[in-house]
Ligand binder design. Sequence first.
Ligand code: FAD
Ligand code: NAG
Ligand code: NAG
Length: 464
Amino acid sequence: MAPQHAIVVGSGLAGLAAASQLLTHNIPVVLLERAARTGGNSIKASSGINGAPTPYQPIQDSREAFYNDSVRSAMTNYGAHRMKLIARLTDNSASAVEWLVKDKGIELTRVAHLGGHTYPRTHRGVTGIPPGYEIVSTVLRDLKEDPRGLFDLRTSCTVTSVLQTDQRVTGVEYEKADGETVTLHGPVIFASGGFAGAADALAQYQPDLAGYPSTNDPRPASLPLLTAVGAQLLGMQEVQVHPTGFVDPVNPSSPLKFLAPEMLRGEGGILLRDGHRFVNELETRDIVTQAITSTDPTPPVLAKQWNIQLVLDESTYNATKSHVDFYLSKGLMKKSTIADLGPEPLDTITGYCSVAARKAPDEFNRKYPRSWTLQDPTPESVVYVGTVTPVIHYTMGGALINENAQILREDDTPIEGLWGAGEVTGGVHGRNRLGGSSLLECVVFGRIAGDQCAEYIKSGSMTP
Ligand SMILES: Cc1cc2nc3c(=O)[nH]c(=O)nc-3n(C[C@H](O)[C@H](O)[C@H](O)COP(=O)(O)OP(=O)(O)OC[C@H]3O[C@@H](n4cnc5c(N)ncnc54)[C@H](O)[C@@H]3O)c2cc1C
Ligand SMILES: *[C@@H]1O[C@H](CO)[C@@H](O)[C@H](O)[C@H]1NC(C)=O
Ligand SMILES: *[C@@H]1O[C@H](CO)[C@@H](O)[C@H](O)[C@H]1NC(C)=O
């Protein structure tokens, strides 16, 4: 008899990490992906993945510092259960990065300092290939090259229901592109991503965000499939508005924006409103967003759109060159001079040069600024600039899991045969996710889900 396979739903990093782990236990995997292409939102990730402490970090860091930052950013006392999830995440961050580096051969030696982090800890490669693409394509290639052929990827297959017998998940039903419905048996790992692109779910859970543009393509949420088998949802109103999406000068009213990754600020970029800085650019996303949205939107574009300038000096450009060259080619940023920005920025930028050189403290309390090579700026000094506005980006809420990635019922008991990992889950990030912690949760909880599901199969639990 062929060994029992596991079913993984979603080909983003959470699903791929789970699949990879299942294969290490010799468990065959059927991975179902509704899109024609693989990678979900994970493939778009452009800043990197958190890990602490790792040998690649420029400043000595610790698990505890990362844990503390995550708790502070979550901004909510979620009780012991949720604290355990944060501990799982931060206890396993260094090993998650090592897994990608050592097991998968991915180079992740460039480390950026993102908002809300005490130290730089967001890893990407030096090659300039965006980290989401690099990580997803490498892990996927590794799965496809499995010499035993244990990996069965089925794209354009949309899971339409989760099957349950006697309070136990026993498989899924999915629909193929031609409309045919297929029933598949096996334990299930749900890694179907968030609902930041699902207009109906956003309108239901966070109507205050109507009128904001988004970084996420419109697509329906898959959480109703989980609630149908009794999953408990948590924190559904906690939707992350990322402070910086690019306003395309050619199409300023587009509701879909390219993300201006946080790494651009982490590597030295500053934000200007009417020519002045107004916030520590490395505060958490919710705080930077609040600082922007506390003023009136800039008419007459979208109901919720602002006109903020993201400015990089030459050394910041050099550190982020491959990304910025792409934004330059798309017309989302331009190479400019300080004079081109208007009369005010010269003084502002002169002031920030002293902060970046650590000659003066920052009035907004920006810590460990990356140094700028720009020193005595003149109106002719070169800067790189783009217009940015807050964008709906990520959903902190979702299906509640425990530290073993089991999806929990309303009464907090695990649903047998069902695990969750990645953005589909809720509770890990509280009210605000730190940049770089999403790819991290995909790896950490994806791998845990894979291990747990393999154990479940090996223990014979699937045998009727
Ligand atoms: C532009 C952008 C940049 C980002 N940058 C970073 C970053 O630098 N660092 C970071 O940590 N995070 C970043 N994030 C967030 C991060 O990329 C995602 O939150 C995370 O990768 C989600 O991974 P996932 O595996 O949970 O879901 P996804 O990668 O979204 O994958 C879910 C997959 O499930 C599929 N699916 C859904 N429903 C079904 C169904 N019913 N049947 C079959 N398949 C289904 C979807 O089609 C999708 O392919 C970024 C996000 C965006 C949008
Ligand atoms: C983390 O927070 C605890 C409790 O506030 C504190 O005692 C500890 O020193 C902090 N550790 C670090 C590394 O910041
Ligand atoms: C940026 O890189 C270019 C090309 O390598 C180099 O000539 C220039 O001096 C660098 N500029 C700064 C400010 O680091």
